[in-house]
Design a protein around this ligand. Structure first.
Ligand code: GLU
Length: 468
């Protein structure tokens, strides 16, 4: 599937660019990947030398740094990395982040290596990236993706700081670090949180729900199928079920699918999955090892939160969901996208739906560069102001102020409050922009078409501003 991933992204870009009036050649300039670095490096492990292959593609540098995750997976390739890097450019432009787009990959099955071996391999990879200008707070800033997490990011940050100890901004060379290593509250949950906000935004929009048969604000009780129970799938399922009242009726993983028509208990399933590494054996649902076809399970909302290319021309007509929220990057092929569109299925496109991760990465990068935690200067000042306001109102009215025991009112905001508020703001603003662009276009535009158009126009505008 991944050999055509870049073509899928390109096809969707070309279709959207056709509707925009751009100077000759600019659309291609935006679409083509700027540079892809391929490295092969050796690491001595288990008494012999192993050679690893890695990539870092910088798709665009109209803003610096170029931003995007690094994935560790056994079957990655250059085409996939370039497609993912392109999606990063469009994603950042769409939600208004001052970043170019990049993506990296290492061809490795992380489960085959011990943590101390992974550390050695990751540090070697970081050295290669650094030496060739593909890692620094100013030029290229990786983050977690499939098969990597905060520990991987911490090794990279530490390696960078060892070599560039004079760089006071060294921590900002990578995001998604652990809290004690310069990370930010809410980064781990961020992509899943963004998926929740995107779904909420759709269900608050009468116009965009048209054709689905769903009423505005009817998210509670909706039946949801989630593919992938990694960081993104887990958090999306958790927030949608615990906070919005959705029923997670199927979760699909490598070893099979677990179903429960009354809604799976996500925290319990998470504990089972962490201990056993598989869904099988969970008492709170019915397990089947047959995960093929499970995307076609009856439901209202489908959330593919795993691999690219999983909704394709052979299953798109059988998808029962009326809404698809693309938590993964590139889960729908361009052919499948056209089929879903013709069937009236509303697709919340990846470049918007999963932008929560990079949005909170932006907050982390800014926090590292400013060297001061968010909210530190104003928290106490605001808290005092709120208390004074409450006391004044009590004096004026002679009545007790109803919120005087509410900690959210009397204390100033914590970092997590500010992160969630910033994320909600950016997700909501982007949804309104997509919806408005869609409304201004021809009648058959999808949310994806509109999202691409916004991204392309914004990147074009920054190139034009510098006279290209
Ligand atoms: N890997 C994530 C993505 O695909 C996060 C990227 C980032 O935070 O830079 O959006």
């Amino acid at each position: 599937m991944s050999s055509s991933f870049l073509k899928n992204v390109d096809d969707m870009f070309i279709a959207a660019a056709e509707n925009i009036d751009l100077p000759e050649g600019l659309a291609d300039k935006i679409r083509f990947c700027n540079a892809t670095y391929v490295t092969r490096f050796g690491v001595r492990l288990r008494g012999k030398m192993f050679t690893f292959r890695g990539w870092r593609a910088t798709h665009s540098t109209h803003h610096s740094p170029a931003k995007g995750g690094i994935r560790f997976a056994p079957n990655v390739n250059q085409d996939e990395v370039e497609a993912l890097a392109a999606l990063m450019s469009y994603k950042c432009a769409l939600v208004g982040l001052p970043f170019g787009g990049s993506k990296g990959a290492l061809e490795i099955d992380p489960s085959e290596w011990e943590p101390h071996e992974l550390e050695k391999i990751t540090r070697r990879f970081a050295q290669e990236l650094m030496r060739h200008g593909f890692l620094s707070p100013a030029s290229n800033v990786p983050a977690p993706d499939m098969g990597t997490g905060e520990q991987t990011m911490m090794w990279i940050a530490d390696e960078y700081r060892r070599h560039k100890h004079e760089d006071i901004n060294g921590s900002a060379c990578v995001t998604g670090k652990p809290l004690d290593g310069g990370g930010i509250e809410g980064r781990t949950e961020a992509t899943g949180r963004g998926v929740q906000y995107a779904t909420q935004a759709l269900f608050a929009s009468e116009v965009e729900l048209q054709g689905t048969g769903f009423a505005v604000d009817s998210l509670a009780g909706k039946r949801v199928v989630v593919q992938g129970f990694g960081n993104v799938g887990y958090h999306a399922a958790k927030f949608l079920s615990e906070e919005d009242g959705c029923l997670i009726t199927s979760i699909i993983e490598r070893d099979g699918v677990i179903r429960n028509e009354a809604g799976l208990e996500i925290e319990k399933l998470k504990r089972h999955f962490s201990v056993n590494g598989k869904l099988e054996g969970f008492a709170g649902g019915t397990f089947s090892a047959q995960n093929e076809g499970a995307l076609e399970d009856d439901c209202d909302i489908l959330i593919p939160a795993a691999l690219e290319g999983v909704v394709h021309e052979r299953n798109a007509a059988q998808i029962k969901a009326k809404v698809v929220v693309e938590a993964a990057n590139g889960p729908t092929t361009s052919t499948a996208d056209a089929i879903l569109k013709s069937r009236g299925v509303v697709v919340i496109p990846d470049m918007y739906a999963n932008a929560g991760g990079v949005i909170v990465s932006y907050f982390e990068w800014v926090k590292n560069l400013t060297h001061i935690p968010f909210g530190l200067m104003e928290r106490r000042y605001e808290a005092t102001g709120h208390r004074r306001l409450a006391q004044s109102l009590e004096t004026m009215t002679g009545k007790a102020f109803p919120l005087s025991d509410d900690k959210a009112f009397t204390d100033g905001p914590q970092e997590i409050d500010l992160v969630r508020s910033g994320l909600a703001e950016m997700m909501s603003t982007a949804f309104q922009a997509i919806s408005q662009t869609k409304a201004e276009g021809s009648g058959d535009q999808s949310l994806r078409d509109a999202a691409y158009q916004i991204a392309i126009k914004r990147i074009a505008a920054s190139y034009q501003a510098i006279g290209i």
